[in-house]
Design a protein around this ligand. Structure first.
Ligand code: ATP
Ligand code: MG
Length: 450
């Protein structure tokens, strides 16, 4: 075991054992420790019933996370541990949680309900590993394999299809042949899985280092949860900027992206509208309007999957702008800053970089160099906190009206013109200078309308 168990977590196991119960660390935390990765969360399984668990930790903060399903969350010192009674699951007829669970006395039965061999290893902090299904061998061979008969396990809970792809992506593992073919055979069952569960696994899959490989391996399952993706698969582009079909290009772009959910979702869907926008002029393919159309499609897809509204909005915005050139000159960068804000602009540059990495060599180097230059310029400009929005202008509409301007659209137009002048460096963002220029602009506007 190449990762130390935090003291307070070990103490939870010890407290249960001191009362005569069996207790083991189990699942993802054992898998991760064996891989030398710091676990995100700690799960303990035990033969104590939820009531007995609660009694054991009387005086500690406890959350009855899913008592009916046997889970109690225990807060013990610095530790937060999910303690679950050994159980086997009934059918998942709502595709969220098993309808009923049966508490059982023995660890092996509990391990047998778990999804993959690498997730079905239990560990006692004294040093004993219980590995009934060959999980350690699969960890060292880097294989995701179902516990039991794959088709039966995917029929019980089709989310496991996406979990297999997720673990392949995050751990960089392959999927055992029988497990993969069963996953693809059962993929239609994913349609009935709750969208929140799908998006949670899809998000984790996208953030893995092997996301592109996993998406490629499981494209059949991915198409089931996002049918629009099937339009991209095999769609040839007939364009000098591209030497791959739309889906292969998407995967190459994703493989070059930073680990950011919004960036990766945007890349997954940035060209989703290309097939619908395709025209062919003299043998060259064009995709006019695909960024705007794609932003709309992405919004629908991600809302359907119940991604959070901030995520949906950000992804749609990045897709909308993914083909708009970010020239490396100061005025242009400031306009982009005003339109998107610094954080979002950096994400857009990341999207465009990854997108370019998926292009054919034609003009790719030039495009990447321009993005690097834009990014370097952004670093400098952002540091100086320039005025790039009306909000940051040292005067507002009220100031103009107080100085004698008539309320109406002319005030807004004057402010926008002042902002342009400030962005272009032709006017300082100072009250007196702005007011002086404003009176000139407003009287010119008045003369124009007379
Ligand atoms: P991570 O927490 O890193 O996302 P994990 O493997 O711990 O990965 P959890 O969702 O926390 O995943 O689940 C904890 C354990 O519960 C898993 O390791 C697995 O043993 C079991 N498990 C979770 N979901 C399922 C499922 N749908 N079917 C069968 N077993 C599952
Ligand atoms: Mg976990």
């Amino acid at each position: 075991m190449s990762f130390a168990i935090p003291e307070d977590t070990a103490a939870v196991v010890a407290a249960l054992e001191a009362r005569g119960f069996e207790a083991y660390l189990v699942g993802g935390c054992v898998r991760d420790m064996l891989l030398g990765i710091r676990p995100d969360d700690w799960d303990v399984c035990t033969d104590a019933t939820p009531e007995q668990v609660k009694l054991t930790f009387e005086g500690h903060r406890i959350l009855e996370t899913g008592v009916r399903h046997g889970t109690v969350t225990v807060f013990y010192g610095a530790a937060r541990v999910e303690v679950t009674t050994f159980r086997i699951d009934g059918p998942y007829s709502d595709n969220r949680r098993p309808d009923a669970v049966t508490f059982v006395r023995d660890l092996r039965a509990d391990l047998s309900r778990r999804d993959f061999t690498v997730n079905a290893i239990a560990y006692r902090p004294q040093g004993e590993l219980i590995d009934c299904f060959g999980g350690r061998r699969d960890l060292s061979d880097k294989i995701i394999r179902c516990v039991g008969t794959p088709v039966a396990r995917f029929r019980e809970d089709a989310l496991r299809i996406l979990r297999a792809l997720r673990f392949a992506s995050t751990l960089g593992f392959t999927i055992d042949g029988d497990t993969l073919s069963a996953a693809l055979e059962c993929r239609a069952l994913l349609k009935a899985v709750a969208p929140e569960r799908v998006s949670s696994e899809l998000g984790k899959l996208l953030l893995g280092t092997g996301a592109a490989e996993a998406l490629s391996l499981g494209v059949g399952a991915i198409e089931t949860v996002i049918p629009e993706i099937s339009e991209m698969v095999g769609f040839e582009q007939h364009n000098p900027y591209h030497d791959k079909d739309v889906w292969e290009h998407t995967l190459t772009a994703l493989a070059s992206a930073p680990r950011d959910l919004v960036v990766r979702l945007a890349l997954l869907l940035h060209d989703v509208a290309k097939p619908r926008c395709y025209t062919n002029l003299d043998g060259v393919g064009h995709f006019h309007g695909h960024p705007a159309e794609g932003a709309g499609m992405a919004r629908k897809i991600l809302n359907r999957l119940r991604f959070g509204s901030a995520t949906v909005k950000a992804v749609a915005e990045l897709i909308y702008h993914h083909d708009n050139r970010i020239r490396a000159d100061a005025k242009n960068i400031k306009r982009w800053l005003g339109a998107l804000g610094e954080r979002r602009l950096r994400l857009l540059i990341a999207v465009q970089r990854a997108d370019s990495c998926g292009h054919s060599p034609y003009m790719r180097g030039e495009r990447l160099a321009e993005l690097d230059a834009a990014s370097a310029l952004l670093d400098v400009i952002a540091e100086s906190r320039p005025c790039v929005t009306l909000r940051e202008l040292e005067i507002n509409g009220g100031d103009l009206i107080a100085a004698g301007a008539e309320q109406g659209p002319a005030v807004g137009a004057a402010l926008r013109l002042l902002l342009e002048l400030v962005i272009d460096g032709e006017l300082p963002n100072e009250r007196d200078a702005l007011l002086l220029r404003a009176s000139g602009i407003l009287s010119a506007q008045k003369n124009e309308t007379v």
